[in-house]
Write a protein that binds this ligand. Structure first.
Ligand code: NDP
Length: 508
């Protein structure tokens, strides 16, 4: 490997004692009935950083029952918007006061750079604050045009008990895209984080208690998908499942939940294109492409993992991206200079490498990287910044999620061709367009099959702006006002005013 920027071990102290996670059920902390635990080793440092109670069906059922009882009691589901908002705002403040402690464990469990973990935790606090605002402002519709003796209303009610199943790539952010919105709506919840990154979710449990959330409204069970997650998708006491993760597991969850016709919201994978036209500002585009593919080591549903670039500027753009890639600081996540950290697991590292090898075997060419790398002083797994060009639309690397720091380069000649390549995908999470011509940008935005389209930018997001995918990227929406709607049921009220109703039964 030549001329890449590698940050060697920073020598930062790792807590001597692993974080001890337990289940939060009905307002109290519990070990598992079996007494079993599981360990998480830091993917960058290869030392044990957390030891958690290993949940099973018993803990999942107990958590679901607690959530059901709390919902039916009305302690939260019938609380006023003001009461809910007060608690959510306290949680936001407590998260902000705890950023350092949470960011450290997030970094140690996920391998992401400490600066990005801090950004994730403090950004998540803002999602809690935004959801608090929604708790007080949500409302239904009134119908005052039904005639002199009728009034209609459509009111919103919490959907009920919600199972929340989250992945390892943005453990605290993704949880905060769901949980505060469910709570703002008045739901009770059971949460299962990924077994790879359980600790910030468990830490949040402590903050919820401190903020005064009534017992049983949020329950957290730690453990694996088949043992803990599966009952959360089939138990008749659960009304809705919201899941972020792989498309394969998302489909399995939708099938499992169909037995009791639960509502299912899914945030799944993406093969997100950035389309760069010949008139684009190439410096800005190259920087955004570099950010889009390496952010979170590419382990990101929104990864800009394929670029579709106009033939006339393809060589110039790829040269810029390769040059920038050499400058991106890969290495020890605990060093504040690091921009890209470790790969989540050895198994996943092998998968990423396999995708690159398959692409080369299919005729693509590696312009940069293309192999695992070592970081001096660290025993964990890292992968080189990788650019693969000469990719054709039929290759697996152009169609499937790599979920690693690997960019695929395709080329086009016309707008129609760019759109055909963009839409020739099972996924439809996000897309981007780069051009100085507003007509080109608008035409692209309207015809791209994606839940989000960025124009001359990439991966900017706000609590106000909803997020979600089309096609096999999922169903339902998160954050923004639509994110709240997911957790609401509507009820129609039809009211007669006075005694004007003509009797149905006639006297013959
Ligand atoms: P999964 O989809 O396997 O897991 C996500 C969550 O679902 C985890 O909490 C997992 O538990 C849980 N789960 C697994 N099986 C079930 C089940 N049958 N019922 C209920 N819950 C279940 O993602 P992985 O973490 O294994 O990652 C695999 C691939 O998924 C990645 O390589 C990537 O391509 C994609 N992915 C996409 C993400 C996105 O944001 N769209 C996020 C993460 C991954 P546990 O793992 O603890 O057993």
């Amino acid at each position: 490997m030549t001329q890449m920027t590698i940050i060697a071990a920073a020598g930062a102290a790792i807590p001597a004692q692993p974080f001890a996670g337990r289940h939060l059920i009905d307002g109290a902390w519990h070990d598992s009935a079996t007494g079993e635990t599981f360990e998480r080793r830091s993917p960058a440092h290869d030392v044990v950083v957390s030891r958690s109670a290993l949940g099973a069906e018993a803990e999942a059922r107990a958590a679901i029952a607690a959530a059901r009882r709390s919902f039916d009691s009305g302690v939260w589901s019938r609380a006023s918007g003001k009461e809910r908002a007060t608690v959510l705002l306290k949680v936001a403040a407590l998260i902000e006061a705890d950023v350092e402690r949470m960011a450290l464990i997030e970094t140690l469990e996920s391998g992401k750079p400490i600066t990005q973990a801090r950004g994730e935790i403090s950004g998540a606090a803002d999602l809690w604050r935004y959801a608090a605002a929604l708790a007080r402002t949500m409302h239904g519709d009134s119908h005052n045009t039904l005639g002199p003796d009728m009034l209609g209303a459509v009111i919103k009610e919490p959907i009920g008990v919600v199972s929340i199943i989250t992945p390892w790539n943005f453990p605290f952010w993704i949880l905060s895209q769901k949980l505060p919105f469910a709570l703002a709506a008045g739901c009770s919840c059971v949460v299962k984080p990924s077994e790879l990154t359980p600790s910030t979710t468990a830490m949040l449990g402590g903050l919820l208690i401190e903020a005064g959330l009534p017992a049983g409204v949020v329950n957290i069970v730690l453990g694996y998908g088949p043992a803990v997650g599966a009952p959360m998708t089939t138990d008749p006491a659960v009304d809705m499942v919201t899941f972020t993760g792989s498309t394969a597991v998302g489909k399995a969850i939708a099938a499992a939940a169909s037995g009791t016709l639960k509502k299912v919201a899914l945030e799944l994978g993406g093969k997100n294109p950035q389309v760069i036209f010949a008139d684009a500002d190439l410096d800005s585009a190259a920087d955004a492409v570099t950010f889009g593919v390496y952010f979170n080591t590419g382990q990101c549903c929104n990864s800009g993992s394929r670029i579709i670039v106009h033939e006339d500027v393809a060589e110039a753009l790829v040269a810029r991206v390769v040059a920038l890639s050499r400058q991106v600081a890969f290495g020890d996540p605990l060093d504040p200079r690091t921009q890209v950290g470790a790969i989540i697991s050895q198994q996943h590292q092998g998968r990423i490498d396999g995708c690159v090898r398959d692409a080369v075997a299919a005729g693509a060419e590696v312009a940069l990287g293309g192999a695992p790398m070592t970081v001096p002083g660290l025993a964990g797994q890292f992968y080189q910044p990788t650019v693969v060009r000469g990719v054709t639309p039929d290759m697996a690397i152009a169609r499937e999620e790599v979920f690693g720091p690997v960019l695929s380069v395709l080329t086009f000649r016309t707008l129609d061709e760019a759109l055909a390549l963009t839409n020739d995908a099972d996924y439809g999470l996000s897309a981007g367009v780069w051009s100085e011509n507003v007509h080109t940008c608008l035409a692209f935005c309207r015809r791209a099959q994606a839940g989000t389209v960025w124009t001359n930018t990439w991966m900017d997001g706000f609590p106000e702006l909803t997020f979600g995918g089309v096609k096999q990227s999922g169903q339902g929406r998160e954050i923004g006002p639509y994110g709240l709607e997911e957790f609401l049921e509507v009820k129609t009220l039809v009211m007669r005013i006075g005694r004007s109703r003509a009797p149905w039964v006639k006297t013959l």
